[in-house]
Design a protein. Structure first.
Length: 158
C-alpha cells in the first residue's frame, strides 16, 4: 500500500481483490501515515515558533523573542523576512522539504534581524554563531541559482 500527493489529490495504490471494508480500512491507515510523514517534513507554525525560540536560546542568548513565526506562500524570491517592529518572522514555504539545518539557518538569520536590522558586521557576527551558516548559505545559493533567482551578496532579493 502506498499513498502520494498529486497536486490537491491523494493517490492511494493497493492490491486488487480487497473488499470495500478492507479498502476503506487501508485507505484510512495509509492516509494517517502520509499525514504523519508530511508533518515531520513540513512542521506547523507552532513547531516553527518553538524551533525559533530554541535557536534564539542556543545562539543568541535568548535575546531574540519573536511574537510570531509562520510559513507563508507569497514569498517567491526571499527565503524569509522579518518585521522587527512587530516581532514577526515569515519563512517561505519553498523551504519546506529542505534539510532542517538549512531551515534553522534561515530562522536564525531572521531572528538576528530582531536584534540587528541590517547586514553589517555585528549582524554576521551573531549569525555566524550557527556552525552551519556557510554550508546553509551555499545550499541556498545553489537552489537560488538553479531556480534563476537574482542574488545580491548571496541573498535572494525581491
Amino acid at each position: 500500500m502506498t499513498a502520494r500527493r498529486d497536486g490537491d489529490k491523494t493517490v492511494v495504490m493497493m492490491p486488487a481483490g480487497l473488499s470495500a471494508a478492507e479498502e476503506q480500512e487501508w485507505i484510512a491507515t495509509v492516509l494517517e501515515r502520509l499525514a504523519r510523514r508530511e508533518q515531520r517534513r513540513h512542521p506547523s507554525d507552532d513547531v516553527l515558533f518553538d524551533r525559533a525560540r530554541e535557536l534564539s536560546t542556543r545562539y543568541l542568548d535568548g535575546r531574540a523573542a519573536p511574537l510570531s513565526v509562520r510559513w507563508v506562500s507569497n514569498q517567491r524570491s526571499r527565503w524569509g523576512s522579518c518585521t522587527p517592529d512587530d516581532g514577526s518572522i515569515r519563512l517561505s514555504i519553498q523551504l519546506r522539504g529542505m534539510p532542517g539545518w538549512v531551515v534553522d539557518y534561515v530562522l536564525l538569520h531572521e531572528l538576528t534581524h530582531l536584534l540587528e536590522p541590517g547586514h553589517g558586521p555585528s549582524f554576521w557576527k551573531l549569525v555566524n554563531r550557527y556552525p552551519k551558516t556557510e554550508r546553509a548559505r551555499g545550499y541556498l545559493e545553489g537552489v537560488a541559482a538553479t531556480a534563476g533567482l537574482p542574488l545580491t551578496d548571496g541573498e535572494p532579493v525581491a
